[in-house]
Write a protein that binds this ligand. Structure first.
Ligand code: GAP
Length: 443
């Protein structure tokens, strides 16, 4: 896409998301609710497809990773043990003049308001990011519980149940996709930092010896996912090793993506050592050691984690897919117009194949053809507007293939397949359509 000012580019993506029903603000009729987002029909189709690709890649295509779907609310002690209740917060200060609130670690000069230049600031204060609720009939301190702030903690709690049930032996991983909640002080950049979001995490349990090799392995695997599955260009990605490591960690690296607003963290790969397991062992007073039958030793497993926000990944996919190019208008003698197009890979496109009857009289024929592919691909029947407008609409939602049923189709039993990126059109016999699309869409 041609270089555009950051704000314009983000504004266009946000506006397209709303216009076409990908993502819009939660509770809009009440003025919206900051940090919460709703995914419309195309948004959820995209999100589910991305999640599906992650699950395929991380769980189903391996024999050493299994899945989990845990509860969102777990015993409050979990978050004491993990350190979230006491230490999970941002240090903030407020400008007394213009009332802007800042994260102190993000201020170029923590003594001066970045917005108005005033030096009249409140002392830095810590804000905890855990979302609180009450469980049970009484709303008092004793009944406080928390919505999980990350999906990985229940994985540590369930490690032994899963190990026993599946007879898995170290090294192996447990993956989970689900909601996480953080009372972010400054939700920003559309869905990039939200208060409710989905995470896709995998905790890989292994012996400490050899754990750095596993860390390197998973870093490479996750890098490959962005290149080979999501088809991100390599120049839009980089690896950012953490300068400061938690005292228990041996290594940590972020995979960053170049969003229109700058480089932002997409995913973290963390060597967490035995920290989580030892904390839960201490707080639960249960023996959480693993018995290694190969050498009859007992130890707490070391953990290598891969952690990514699904919403943030979807936002990166939208930014990466967004493009404007010049396309000839349908009408002869008229100038080219700007075509907005989302270049999604076919595997994750919300609509993979659209069926377009050339005339109203052919609606039923197109619908009958579509019926043959329901459940095989994500499809749509698009009957309104002239064919040029319908192509543009499908380009805007990122549909890689449009199948047009015209009057000739009645005679030659063939349809025109139009490819989104090249806009090339090909006549395909209906009898060959499935084989043709399978190869293109399913890969
Ligand atoms: N278990 C480790 C963990 O949760 P994190 O760096 O706090 O680590 C991991 O979060 C990923 O979750 C981030 O790289 C990001 O993709 C996503 N994430 C974190 N906070 C988020 C937020 N407020 N909104 C959207 N995604 C978020």
């Amino acid at each position: 896409m041609s270089e555009q000012p950051i704000d314009t580019c983000m504004e266009k993506i946000v506006s397209l998301c709303k216009r076409r029903g990908f993502v819009f603000q939660s509770s809009e009729i009440y003025g919206g609710f900051n940090g919460f987002w709703d995914y419309g029909p195309y948004g959820i189709a995209l999100k589910r497809a991305v999640e599906r690709q992650w699950w395929l890649y991380m769980v189903e295509k391996r024999n050493n990773v299994v899945g989990l779907d845990s509860s969102i609310i777990c015993h409050p002690k979990v978050w004491k043990a993990s350190g979230h209740v006491d230490r999970f917060g941002d240090i903030m200060c407020d400008c007394k003049q213009c009332k802007t609130r800042f994260r102190v670690d993000q201020m170029p000069d923590p003594t001066t308001c970045t917005n108005c230049g005033s030096k009249d600031l409140t002392p830095p204060r810590e804000f905890n990011l855990m979302m609180k609720t009450y469980v049970g009939p009484v709303f008092d301190e004793e009944h406080i519980a928390y919505l999980r702030a990350e999906t990985c903690q229940p994985i540590f709690l369930d490690f032994h149940s899963i190990r026993i049930a599946t007879r898995m032996q170290l090294p192996f991983g447990i993956a989970q996709v689900g909601k996480a909640f953080r009372n972010e002080i400054t939700p920003r950049m559309f869905t990039f930092r939200s208060r409710e979001f989905s995470q896709m995490e995998m905790e890989f349990f292994c012996a400490d010896e050899g754990s750095m090799e596993w860390f390197e392995y998973w870093r490479q695997e996750r890098w490959n996912f962005y290149l080979n599955v999501l088809k991100f260009p390599v120049e839009k990605l980089h690896l950012h090793p953490h300068d400061k490591l938690a005292h228990y960690a041996k290594a940590a690296v972020d995979i960053e993506y170049e969003f229109p607003f700058g480089w932002g963290e997409l995913e973290g790969i963390h060597h967490r050592g035995t920290w989580d397991m030892s904390q839960h062992q201490q707080f639960s007073e249960q023996d959480l050691q693993y018995l290694d039958q190969s050498n009859n030793t007992r130890y707490l497993p070391t953990v290598v984690e891969t952690s990514v926000g699904l919403d943030r990944m979807v936002l990166a996919i939208l930014c990466n897919a967004y493009d404007e190019d010049r396309a000839p208008t349908q009408k002869e003698g008229m100038e080219d117009d700007v075509r907005v197009v989302l270049h999604f890979p076919a595997t994750i496109a919300p609509v993979q194949v659209a069926f377009l009857p050339l005339s109203k009289k052919l609606n039923q024929n197109a619908q009958d053809l579509q019926a043959k592919f329901l459940g095989r691909y994500r499809t749509e029947l698009d009957v309104t507007g002239n064919i040029g407008k319908r192509y543009r609409r499908q380009d805007e939602i990122g549909t890689p293939y449009c199948v047009t049923f015209d009057f000739d189709s009645l005679e030659d039993n063939a349809v025109t397949v139009r490819e989104r990126d090249s806009m090339a059109q090909e006549r395909i016999p209906i009898d060959n359509l499935r084989a043709y699309l399978d190869e293109k869409v399913l890969g």
